[in-house]
Write a protein that binds this ligand. Sequence first.
Ligand SMILES: Cc1cc2nc3c(=O)[nH]c(=O)nc-3n(C[C@H](O)[C@H](O)[C@H](O)COP(=O)(O)OP(=O)(O)OC[C@H]3O[C@@H](n4cnc5c(N)ncnc54)[C@H](O)[C@@H]3O)c2cc1C
Length: 478
Amino acid sequence: MGGGVRGAASGVTAIERDLMQLLGREAIQASVEPYGRDSTEMQGFRGIPDAVVTPSNTEEIQRLVEWCKRNGVPIVPRGGGSGFAGGAVPVEGGIVCSMERFNRVVGFEPLLWRATVQAGVTTQHVHQLARENGLLYPPDPGASEQSHIGGNIACNAGGPHSFKYGVTGSWVTGIQFVTGNGDVIQSGGTLRKDVSGFDIKSLIVGSEGTLGIVTAASLRFIPAPEKTVQLVVAYDRVSAAQEGLLAIYGNGLVPSLIEFLDGSCLALAGPSLPLSLPRDTEFVLICEADGSASTADEMADDLKAVLQADAIALEVISDPQQAAALWRWRSGVSFAVISSHGGKMSEDVVVPVESLTEMIVELAEIGKRFDLPTCSWGHAGDGNLHATFLLDAKSTTDVERATIATRALFEAARRLGGSPSGEHGLGWLKREEFEHQFGEAERELHYRLKRTFDPYEIMNPGKKFRMPAPAEPEVVVA
Ligand SMILES: Cc1cc2nc3c(=O)[nH]c(=O)nc-3n(C[C@H](O)[C@H](O)[C@H](O)COP(=O)(O)OP(=O)(O)OC[C@H]3O[C@@H](n4cnc5c(N)ncnc54)[C@H](O)[C@@H]3O)c2cc1C
């Protein structure tokens, strides 16, 4: 990208100078380096933006898009930078459009269970707003203090409670966004139902910034459950845990979450678990029952009855403080895993729920083949694993081996009827998987949709998938 050289006297690049004239000095970040990475940084993944803009209103974004169209410069939309696929990383330069100043709650009507927020409001802020008003906003991806609602929408983020409540898209009734052509589109709104047009907002959900920039969203809430009860269930065999999981389905029980940790993960994170497990524990399921006090208790009893047959231990936690300690521990699992070897490469593959343990066994086998320790944990109820290769992040050999091993992992997931990403998206790091995941007709449909929303191909190019080169014009010989 041209215009990236900083003037010795001004410390400003030509692109930044142009953008200052366009958007004002306060919309241009002087320090661009922090915007060159996201949560994939541990894999040494970084980019260098040509400029970082922090617009404060939709009209500024439109002006930015027009400028980028004219100058053929890509835009990389950025939320909180917590993504695990490199989607917000300016790998090939371009202008990072950080949504941090879009941080206002535009409207909140607690008695109608809904809010409209700007895209840069953090997930945690929305949770707090809901909680303080007796409501629940269920999507709960793990970096909620950092991630933005716009980033959650762009990735269709999930989290533990997706099992009962669904992923981000299920809670979005309207989205305002700016297309790659510079048009402002309001798709949906606060209406709970609306089928008068195509469901365009659902195309934006999960589009990873490749179709447009989300500027605001209308979200729906539900009344918060009165009570939650947690069950921690230990197994000495993976197969017994799989039977337990399927028994939950088979008995028609709907806990609000079903999480798991395998034996290798427990060996790393287990020592700080705030309860004791039998020594021969090889697998743990954590379930949560929620609802009115009586519904939650009844559901917990039913879960206990179904799960205890094959378990070697089962603990029921009703005390909120004990439950909070359990979830604090659960959110630290990823860090405990990292600290064991200095790094990890983790992929959020998803398989049909009945194949969960088969996928876990495949992961271990792939790890052996590539001489890398493995572990997994995640959202058992959705068949969604954080399938992890442990590595020394400073060792290029380890990183290279893990990169090849992840390809084998994706192949195994596909063989089991799954997909390379259940909730993080393909971003840059997994974009090659797009080719393997979809047939020609479906890929072509993606390309046509991309061109409709983003005719100049300036919106996060190269993320999720690579666009095919334009066809050579036919030479007509007279
Ligand atoms: C510790 C930890 C735990 C996590 N746990 C979970 C989990 O349980 N479930 C889960 O789903 N994810 C999880 N994540 C991943 C991450 O938090 C989510 O993918 C989140 O949705 C990313 O949001 P963000 O605002 O940080 O987006 P970013 O990382 O900034 O961007 C992610 C993608 O969204 C695009 N984007 C961002 N904002 C916009 C916008 N306004 N308009 C258009 N495109 C935009 C970017 O271009 C990029 O492609 C976890 C991450 C961490 C670090």
